[in-house]
Design a protein around this ligand. Structure first.
Ligand SMILES: Cc1ncc(COP(=O)(O)O)c(C=O)c1O
Length: 490
C-alpha cells in the first residue's frame, strides 16, 4: 500500500461527527449519515488535534518576543505558505490572506480590489451557475454584471455556454474588468473549465476570479506555473469551513502586483509601518498589509494542517476516489423511477465533484429532506442553495423535458411549487455505504410516497413537520446544559 492509500484509509474514518447518533422515527438510535458537506464539511481529527496542541502555545501573532508569540507567528506564517503551495501559487507573485468567516468575505473584498485596479473597466461577466456570494458582490461593488447563460445543447445540461461567453467577451471587449466563475457548482457539482476561461479572459486583458468554495477540498488546483501563462488565475477564494476545519476563516489568494497597487481595503493595527496623527505608512509585507487586526490564528493554522493532510494524501487521489463515488451514486440514483437528477449525469462528458441535486417527481423537496432525516437519519440540504437563478433555470429545463405544454400551465405557480431541489453532497469521509443508504432511502420514499405525505404537515415558513414524531431532546446538544453540568461538577 503506498502512502496515499495508507493516509487516505486512516484519515477517511478519522473525522469528528461520523459517530453522532440520533433517534429515528422507528425509535432506533443510528449513526447520522452526513451528506451535507457542500454546506459545511465535518472536522478533520488531525487538524483538530493540531489546533488543540497549538492552544498550549496560543498567543497573539502581533506580540513578538516571548516564546509563545514566536511559536504562534511561525505557525501562522507557515499556514500562508502551505496554502500557497497547496494550490500551486508562486509565492513570489501571489499573496495568501485570511479574511472574514468564509468565501463571501473574500469575494466582496476582491470585487472592490478589482474595481479599483481597473477603474476604467465597468463590466463583470458572471456565470448563471453562481452562488449568490459570487454574484451579488460584483453587482454591488464592481459595476455592470452580465450573466453568461447555460448551454442548452444536448448532453450538456447545467454547464455554462462557452460560445456565449466568447460572444460577450467580444461584445464588451475592453469594458470587461473581470470574469467571476465558480470552479465547481454548489448545486450540480459540475466542474467549470476555469483555465480555459482564464485564457479567454486574459486575451481581452480582463482578470479572472475563481470561487473555489467547492473546489479546494475536492480537486487539484493550479493557480500559476501553466506553460501558457494566460491560463494562470488572478485570484482564488475559498472557505475553511468547507475544507474540513469549521471555525476557520475565508482565504484569498491573489496576485501581489494587484494588491500592491492600492491601499488595502481594510486598515488598522498590524498592517502599518508608521502612524502619526496626520499620516500613516502601510507595510509592503504580505500578508500583514492585507490582514488588519488580530486574525483567527487557530482557525488558519488548523486549516493549513487539514490542507497539509489532503496534499500528503494527494489531491489527484482524492479527486479520483470522489469521482468514482459520485459516478456510482449517479448511476444508482438515475435508475430510481421518478427521480430527476439535475445537470449532465455522465461524468466523463461533464466532470463533477461534491454535489448531486435531485427531486422526486411530485414530492416537495422539503418533504423528501424531512423524510430522509426522520426515517433514515440522512442529513441533506434542500431548497435553492443560494443559487436561485441557476436552480430556476434547471427546473424550467426539466419542465421542457417532461413535455409539459408551458403555454397550458401557470409557469410562476409551477416554479413556486418546484422552487428547490434536494442536494446530497460528499466529502473525503463519504463511503459507498453512505451512497447505498441514500439510494435505498430514496427507493423507500418513492414506494411509500402516499403514506409519507399523510404523515407530515407544512408550517407557515415552508418547513415539514412529522405529525407525531419529535426529535429526542437528549440527542440534541445544548451548550448551556453542558456548561451547567460542568459547573455543577466543579
Ligand atoms: C460555490 C460557493 N460559493 C460561495 C459560497 C459561500 O461560502 P461561505 O458560506 O463560506 O461564505 C458557497 C457556500 O455554500 C458556495 O458553495
Amino acid at each position: 500500500m503506498d502512502n496515499s492509500q495508507k493516509y487516505f484509509k486512516n484519515i477517511q474514518s478519522d473525522f469528528i461527527g461520523l459517530d453522532t447518533l440520533y433517534t429515528r422515527v422507528d425509535g432506533k438510535k443510528t449513526k447520522r449519515i452526513y451528506l451535507d458537506s457542500t454546506a459545511s464539511t465535518l472536522m478533520m481529527k488531525a487538524a483538530y488535534n493540531g489546533i488543540e496542541s497549538f492552544y498550549d502555545h496560543y498567543a497573539n501573532t502581533h506580540s513578538l518576543l516571548h516564546f509563545s508569540a514566536k511559536t504562534a507567528t511561525k505557525n501562522y506564517r507557515w499556514a500562508h505558505e502551505r496554502i500557497l503551495s497547496f494550490i500551486k501559487a508562486d509565492a513570489e507573485k501571489y499573496a495568501c490572506f485570511f479574511t472574514g468567516s468564509g468565501t463571501t468575505a473574500g469575494i466582496n473584498r476582491m470585487a472592490r480590489v478589482f474595481r479599483d485596479f481597473q477603474p476604467d473597466r465597468d463590466v463583470v461577466l458572471v456565470s448563471l451557475m453562481e452562488h449568490h456570494s459570487n454574484d451579488l458582490p460584483h453587482r454591488k461593488h464592481a459595476g455592470k454584471v452580465v450573466h453568461i447563460p447555460l448551454d442548452n445543447h444536448e448532453g450538456q445540461p447545467g454547464c455554462i455556454n462557452m460560445e456565449i461567453l466568447k460572444e460577450k467577451l467580444e461584445q464588451y471587449k475592453d469594458r470587461i474588468n473581470y470574469i467571476a466563475m465558480t470552479g465547481v457548482s454548489n448545486v450540480t457539482g459540475i466542474i467549470n473549465p476555469i483555465y480555459d476561461i482564464a485564457e479567454l479572459a486574459h486575451k481581452y486583458q480582463a482578470l479572472i476570479l475563481v470561487d473555489g468554495a467547492q473546489m479546494a477540498a475536492h480537486i487539484p488546483v493550479q493557480i500559476s506555473g501553466h506553460s501558457n501563462p494566460l491560463r494562470n488565475i488572478d485570484a482564488f477564494v475559498f472557505s475553511g469551513h468547507k475544507t474540513y476545519v469549521p471555525g476557520s476563516p475565508g482565504v484569498v489568494i491573489c496576485r501581489k502586483d494587484i494588491l500592491s497597487s492600492m491601499e488595502p481595503e481594510e486598515v488598522g493595527g498590524g498592517m502599518v509601518d508608521q502612524v502619526h496623527v496626520d499620516r500613516y505608512t502601510i507595510t509592503d509585507q504580505f500578508p500583514d498589509r492585507e490582514e488588519a487586526g488580530t486574525p483567527n490564528i487557530p482557525g488558519a493554522i488548523g486549516l493549513a494542517a487539514a490542507i497539509d493532510v489532503l496534499d500528503k494524501i494527494g489531491m489527484e487521489f482524492i479527486y479520483e476516489d470522489e469521482t468514482s463515488l459520485i459516478t456510482n451514486a449517479l448511476n444508482q440514483i438515475k435508475q430510481i423511477e421518478h427521480v430527476i437528477i439535475y445537470g449532465e449525469t455522465n461524468c466523463s462528458l461533464c466532470p463533477r465533484a461534491a454535489s448531486i441535486s435531485f427531486n422526486i417527481r411530485g414530492l416537495d423537496h422539503g418533504l423528501v429532506a424531512a423524510i430522509l432525516n426522520d426515517y433514515h437519519n440522512i442529513a441533506v440540504r434542500n431548497e435553492c442553495f443560494c443559487a436561485h437563478p441557476y436552480v430556476k433555470e434547471m427546473i424550467i429545463e426539466e419542465l421542457f423535458d417532461t413535455g409539459i405544454d408551458l403555454n397550458e400551465i401557470d409557469i410562476n405557480s409551477e416554479l413556486k411549487v418546484k422552487a428547490g431541489m434536494v442536494r446530497a453532497s460528499f466529502g473525503i469521509y463519504s463511503t459507498k455505504e453512505d451512497v447505498n443508504a441514500l439510494v435505498s432511502a430514496l427507493k423507500d420514499i418513492v414506494a411509500k410516497r402516499d403514506e409519507y405525505v399523510k404523515l407530515y404537515s407544512l408550517d407557515g415558513t415552508g418547513l415539514y413537520h412529522h405529525k407525531t414524531f419529535k426529535p429526542v431532546e437528549a440527542d440534541l446538544f445544548n451548550v448551556e446544559s453542558f456548561i451547567n453540568e460542568y459547573l455543577q461538577n466543579l
